[in-house]
Design a protein. Sequence first.
Length: 133
Amino acid sequence: KRVILLRDGKFIEEITAIEETLKARVKEYAFVEIKKAPLYNSHYNLQDKVLKLSDNVYVYFSKSYLSQKGIEVNICKNETGLRNEEIAKLTYLSTLLHHPSPYMTIRLPYPLYINDKIGKVGGEWKFYIPYFI
């Protein structure tokens, strides 16, 4: 079994306590930070692409209707059998689980997108979780 923990923003917590809990329950785990507002962009069409900036930092561009905005993926710790490129690709592919329209995909990975929606809309969260109702 494999667990990939996605964090909206930076891990400000001490991840060693979380890591000890994960080691007791699963064999493979990874810690991934998602930055929603990086300043990466290009005049080229980079939609549906994952770019490698360094060994543990990647940027992906989701499919959008008007403009492309990058999402930075920082893989803090990788204790899985996967390479960092594969974890970045899996993070991007989780944005394709829900399509708000045929012309665009969500920018955040689906678990973070749902948490964001539940936090903003309160009791109306069932409208945004089509797979779990």
